[in-house]
Design a protein around this ligand. Sequence first.
Ligand SMILES: Nc1nc2c(ncn2[C@@H]2O[C@H](COP(=O)(O)OP(=O)(O)OP(=O)(O)O)[C@@H](O)[C@H]2O)c(=O)[nH]1
Ligand SMILES: [Mg+2]
Length: 207
Amino acid sequence: MYGAANEGGADKKLEVIMNLSNAQFTASFGTKDQLPESIAPEICFCGRSNVGKSSLINKLLGRKAIARVSSTPGKTTTINFFKAAEIYLVDLPGYGYAKISDAERERWDSLMNAYFSGERNIKLCLQLLDVRRTLSGDDRRMINFLTQRKVPFAAVLTKCDKLNKKELAGQIDYWQTLLGDTPVFPFSALKGTGKDEILNAMDICIK
Ligand SMILES: Nc1nc2c(ncn2[C@@H]2O[C@H](COP(=O)(O)OP(=O)(O)OP(=O)(O)O)[C@@H](O)[C@H]2O)c(=O)[nH]1
Ligand SMILES: [Mg+2]
């Protein structure tokens, strides 16, 4: 979905390109009018609340808490930008959290619509899905939205450490069948499984 295969050595190259360990939080935006112009390639992370977006960003950047992680769903309610040399990683607010007001929901809609308005240099969207679950209505809407807007995306199956080997194989199979040609990356923020494959995919996309 996101381009041709790469030819090895990707981790090294990526660290040079993105200078991951020197990444910095740059800013948070809560309303569409605050969103800055897109001035560099962006890789964004979306998925339901609590699926592990901030944990994935921390792992990719090799940092413990550059993106705020919480066991309370709905923590990231703003769009947060992290600058890593020449690109931005963008932590998008989660969806599917039941306990929000209509006004909050409208703000989320308007913020996400503005972010994906087509004027940004989005190289890849990583759509996170909890490996233990099945596709929710909100996930389906999000994936349809990305498809309609022609945003290149890949799926990251989070929290793989929470299943045993057999269950994990079954769930990976479920998601891959459901998602067809979309690349699927099983991942664990706890163990680091899948980190290199995701970095490799990011590397391909930003070239
Ligand atoms: N075991 C395990 N726990 C994880 C993993 N990824 C995230 N978590 C836990 O899941 C909870 C939510 O993680 P976050 O990274 O804050 O999730 P988020 O998607 O950023 O959540 P919001 O900001 O609320 O949308 C935290 O308690 C994390 O420690 C994982 O791969 N394995
Ligand atoms: Mg978060």
